[in-house]
Design a protein around this ligand. Structure first.
Ligand SMILES: Nc1ncnc2c1ncn2[C@@H]1O[C@H](COP(=O)(O)OP(=O)(O)OP(=O)(O)O)[C@@H](O)[C@H]1O
Ligand SMILES: [Mg+2]
Length: 329
């Protein structure tokens, strides 16, 4: 592979809100950077969560992905360093919310990002695109620019319906691309103690088995603590179950020829550690039924997660995603 096309672009997308897109983008980007890759994290969400996560105020950003899409600035000038070595940021600003209105009817509006990224590819090994929770032009641009798609899906019933809609949009973009966009569906915010989560995972496995990641990203309070602290979860609590799951996910992605570009040295422990962490016995597990359907419904279910140190977490809420049956291998 030559320098310019070595850069692999991963879009992290799902039009459903609060499923862990930004969290996963930060985690994957930080892990790749930690392992010596040059990584661009691009914030395509007008809310600018990724931008704030990485230490900038979207309202204070003077030039962002918006200028990139409208070709109002040279792409090289829009990329900013972050506090994390090897990790650069293409920030978002609120102006991105006007992209559909301003560009929606312009010819070629769906490939603006791809064109602009072409000018940046030589600087990076990986570019991760954090998409907004909407099936609009920004997501279409991300899907058109991507070499690979990561779809985080919250393991609950309504989220599965959202997934179908997202995949229909993808099919439309694939027709325009003239070929399939390889993908991995990643179950997130998984709380195995709830029947709803287990059923949702089961259904995902039946309907999307071949595109589904074999493990899960568990619901883990350390993710939210990390977001509050403005640090990638994998740096904030590297031994937490969530961080180990992300480490295993990077390893899975790097093993997929469609997703992998330049590869860091392998991390042979990653899958095994994640399996152990995800399969660890519960401590003080609450009965399923006591949990109720609703408790995994939102991304903000405080109690459904675990504090890895076993202190400070709500009593009887210690479970995490176990490796699902038949997923080993
Ligand atoms: N695995 C997890 N365990 C616990 N909390 C999580 C997990 N993943 C994400 N969160 C928390 O859930 C909330 C939503 O996550 P995030 O912002 O990553 O979702 P999103 O899909 O990017 O949302 P949006 O659609 O609004 O962009 C955040 O508070 C985040 O800290
Ligand atoms: Mg987000």
């Amino acid at each position: 592979m030559s320098g310019a096309d070595r850069c692999r672009v991963w879009a992290v997308a799902n039009q459903k809100g609060g499923v862990g897109k930004t969290t996963l983008t930060v985690a994957l980007a930080a892990l790749l950077a930690q392992r010596g890759m040059r990584v661009l994290a691009a914030d395509l969400d007008p809310q600018g969560s990724l931008t704030s996560y990485l230490g900038l105020e979207p309202e204070a950003v003077d030039r962002s992905a918006y200028e990139l899409l409208l070709e109002q600035a040279p792409p090289e000038e829009l990329v900013l360093p972050t506090a994390w070595e090897g990790l650069s940021l293409l920030p978002a600003s609120p102006a991105l919310a006007t992209v559909d209105r301003r560009l929606g009817t312009r010819r070629g509006a769906g490939v603006l990002l791809r064109r602009a990224l072409d000018r940046l590819r030589h600087r990076f090994d990986y570019a991760l695109l954090d998409c907004p929770p909407a099936l609009g032009l920004l997501m279409v641009n991300a899907l058109a620019a991507a070499d690979f798609l990561v779809v985080p899906v919250q393991t609950e019933h309504l989220a599965l319906q959202g997934l179908e809609r997202m995949l229909r949009t993808l099919a439309m973009v694939e027709r325009a691309r003239g070929g399939p966009l390889p993908r991995l569906i990643v179950p997130t915010l998984y709380d195995r103690r709830t029947r709803a989560a287990r059923l949702a995972l089961e259904r995902l496995r039946q309907e999307h088995g071949e595109a589904l990641w074999e493990l899960v990203v568990p619901a883990d309070t350390r993710f939210r603590d990390a977001a509050r602290a403005g640090r990638p979860p994998v740096a904030y609590a590297p031994r937490s179950r969530g961080a180990l799951a992300c480490r295993a996910l990077v390893e899975t992605l790097l093993a997929l020829p469609e997703a992998a570009g330049r590869r860091p040295a392998p991390d042979p422990e990653a899958q095994e550690l994640a399996r152990q962490a995800l399969g660890a016995p519960d401590e003080g597990v609450a009965p399923d039924e006591a949990d109720g359907e609703g408790s995994v419904g939102g991304a903000d279910h405080e109690g459904a997660e675990e504090d890895e140190r076993g202190v400070g977490g709500p009593a009887g809420r210690g479970g995490l995603g176990r490796l699902p049956a038949g997923a080993a291998g």
